[in-house]
Design a protein around this ligand. Structure first.
Ligand code: ADP
Ligand code: MG
Ligand code: MG
Ligand code: MG
Ligand code: MG
Length: 613
């Protein structure tokens, strides 16, 4: 979440009045940052991860788990430690959307590669231990991408709460699931008000042998925009931001040496995003049903979709300026690099952008691609405005820029420096789903870091047309996509002087082929392995990294199951399961107990862990 300002937030009717002001000044702020930093060079490779945790507690009778709504209390204690020792804490803790969530990052970014790579897993272990000091006896934290019974029968939280609160007006989630900080409830309410009704999240239900049609028909349809797809058979309907933002992500951020390197890394990691979403897929149960998707992304995307009917193209544009093709939480719409491997034809989506803002950026000295990128992000309105932070010094602050930037939740984020601190151009890699164990999370964090460095140092070329990246993003959600589906991928990732047709550059490959190779394609694993060799790490570092790379390789080959697949099989093999897609309280209890045992090293499950730990 980054910095969360304290203060009074404006309700939508008031915020709307200031939307243009915030955007105008956001662009001025960006131009100030851009012009002060465009020539920065030789910044160190600094990087870090963000891991999200959920807090659960066991019922008094020991028979069921609940989402425990007091993560903010634990966060307060962790904040105290940070306040007492602001420059030297081991971990930084930040609030997340759910009152049952918490986010942890390393206290300082890692610098370079080398033995720093060993620090990742140690940091993750330390983070868990750090939170655990403040847990009550019946409480645990778990890195679970989606909580199975979120939104089921009003009995899934401790303490329980009333649904249909004034903020989310959800028929499934009480407002008490939302972090008590103003920002989160204001976001929730303002998205709902802006679009003119509750968000409407619809995902396909897994059709098992006994799944009746219209299973989710208990759903009460609350607004016209929800009515269509939510009444279809075999559909899971959810109506609140918490269903998406209550999911846990695994993110990594990288500072590159200069703006051009950052732009190039941004592009290639954008192509890599759906591949990693598929490989890390960890969510196959939503609102108590087995779903027919394996990944959380679309759920979050739909959960914060603030587009109005005009922006959705359902009504003539009168009040709004643009018909917009995607949610604010979605894959990126344009590549940014000016490297020789980039061909303008790769940007084959019809980019929606604000021409006035584009012109201001061009006048301010920004080039066409970057100007279009920001003019595209700025088609969105600011959702949370602090009344005491409207008139600010645009040379010293970037709040208005960050307001729009940080509520464009895309697969990758291009992060400019911040005013007043010595920080470079960064790229945030955002698609991955959180894994159960510190080993698994460390493996994906380190692998993404190696990939970024390999892309940059070996000049790998992942480009495919961006429309194909979008198709890959859809594919990545499919049940077991990691083992059964094919993704558009470049045939030759070493070729940087492209010639010939764009269509001849790529083909469909399985995740296994992309990672482990095939007759005419080397595969990323061996490329990364060779790259690691070239870095001449010490023995211990090499051994640890080899384990991470082997784990990723085995996940890609299917030898190690994704957490989604494993979860689905756990449910389907549970004696209480009726093959009707319903995940009961008892199934969840046994599932969470198993997850905790694996996380806490009490049992080892080779199906998802192989022989690694
Ligand atoms: P957000 O929630 O906005 O994505 P966070 O502050 O939660 O951001 O996380 C920022 C991440 O970036 C952390 O992993 C942190 O270690 C990392 N980071 C911090 N400073 C730098 C830097 N100079 N370069 C690269 N990464 C950094
Ligand atoms: Mg977060
Ligand atoms: Mg964060
Ligand atoms: Mg965040
Ligand atoms: Mg982040």
């Amino acid at each position: 979440m980054g910095f969360i300002a304290e203060g009074n937030t404006l309700v939508w009717e008031d915020a709307e009045q200031y939307a243009q002001y915030v955007k105008d000044h956001g662009i001025i702020q960006f131009l100030n940052i851009y012009n002060a930093n465009k020539d920065r060079f030789a910044d160190q490779f600094k990087w870090g991860d963000e891991v999200e945790y959920i807090l659960i507690s066991k019922d008094q009778d020991g028979k069921s788990f609940k989402l425990k709504l007091r993560a903010h209390e634990i966060l307060d204690k962790l904040f105290q430690e940070e306040k007492m020792n602001p420059d030297n804490v081991d971990y930084l803790w930040r609030p997340e959307y759910g009152r049952f969530m918490i986010e942890g990052t390393p206290g300082k970014p890692y610098i370079g590669m080398g033995r720093q790579l060993l620090a990742v897993q140690t940091s993750l272990q330390g983070r868990r231990a750090s939170v655990e000091r403040y847990l009550k006896q019946d409480e645990s934290i778990v890195t679970l991408a989606s909580y199975p019974l979120l939104g089921v029968k009003q009995t899934f939280t401790e303490p329980s709460g009333q649904v249909r609160g004034v903020v989310a007006e959800s028929q499934f989630l009480p407002d008490t699931v939302i972090n008590p900080h103003f920002r989160f409830s204001t976001l929730t309410a303002n998205i709902r008000k802006r679009r003119g009704g509750n968000v409407s999240i619809n995902i396909p239900m897994f059709k098992d042998t006994n799944t009746p049609a219209y299973l989710d028909s208990t759903t009460y349809i609350s607004s016209p925009s929800t009515s269509l797809s939510s009444t279809k058979p075999y559909n899971i309907y959810m109506d609140a931001m918490g269903f998406g933002m209550g999911c846990c992500c695994l993110q990594t951020t990288f500072q590159l040496s200069n703006i051009e390197e950052a732009r190039t890394v941004y592009d290639h990691m954008a192509v890599f995003a759906p591949i990693m979403l598929s490989l890390t897929a960890s969510s196959s149960i939503f609102k108590g049903y087995l779903s027919d998707i394996d990944a959380r992304w679309t759920v979050i995307s739909q959960s914060v979709d603030d587009r109005t009917p005009e922006e959705l193209g359902q009504r003539e544009l009168k009040h709004n300026k643009f018909v917009i093709n995607k949610s604010r939480y979605d894959s990126i719409d344009s590549f940014l690099s000016r490297s020789s491997s980039f061909r303008s034809e790769y940007n084959d989506l019809d980019l929606v952008y604000d021409k006035d803002i584009y012109n201001k950026l061009i006048e301010g000295g920004v080039d066409d691609l970057l100007a279009k990128h920001y003019a595209h992000l700025f088609i969105r309105d600011p959702l949370v405005i602090y009344s005491d932070k409207i008139t600010i010094d645009d040379t010293k602050h970037s709040d208005h820029f960050e307001n729009i930037q940080s509520t464009n939740w895309q697969t990758v984020r291009f992060k400019p420096p911040s005013p007043g601190v010595d920080i470079g151009w960064r790229v945030e890699f955002r698609p991955m789903e959180v894994q159960l164990t510190d080993f698994q999370n460390a493996a994906f964090i380190v692998f993404s870091a190696l990939m970024v460095k390999a892309v940059s140092d070996l000049k790998l070329n992942f480009y495919v047309p961006i429309s194909k990246v979008d198709e890959n993003m859809k594919t990545a959600h499919n049940r077991d996509s990691c083992r059964v589906d094919k993704f558009y991928f470049r045939k030759n990732i070493h070729n940087n002087s492209p010639n010939g047709s764009i269509e001849s550059e790529y083909e469909l490959m399985t995740i296994n082929e992309i990672f482990n190779g095939k007759s005419d394609f080397t595969g990323l694993i061996s490329i990364v392995k060779r790259y690691v060799q070239s870095l001449n790490f010490d023995f211990e570092t090499n051994q640890t990294i080899s384990k991470y790379i082997d784990f990723v390789s085995k996940r890609a080959s299917g030898e190690i199951k994704s957490i989604s697949t494993w979860t689905r099989e756990f449910v389907r093999n549970h004696p209480d399961y009726n093959h009707d897609s319903i995940v009961t309280e008892k199934i969840q209890t046994d599932y969470l107990a198993r997850c905790l045992d694996i996380t806490n090293n009490i049992i080892h499950d080779p199906e998802i862990q192989g022989n690694f730990n």
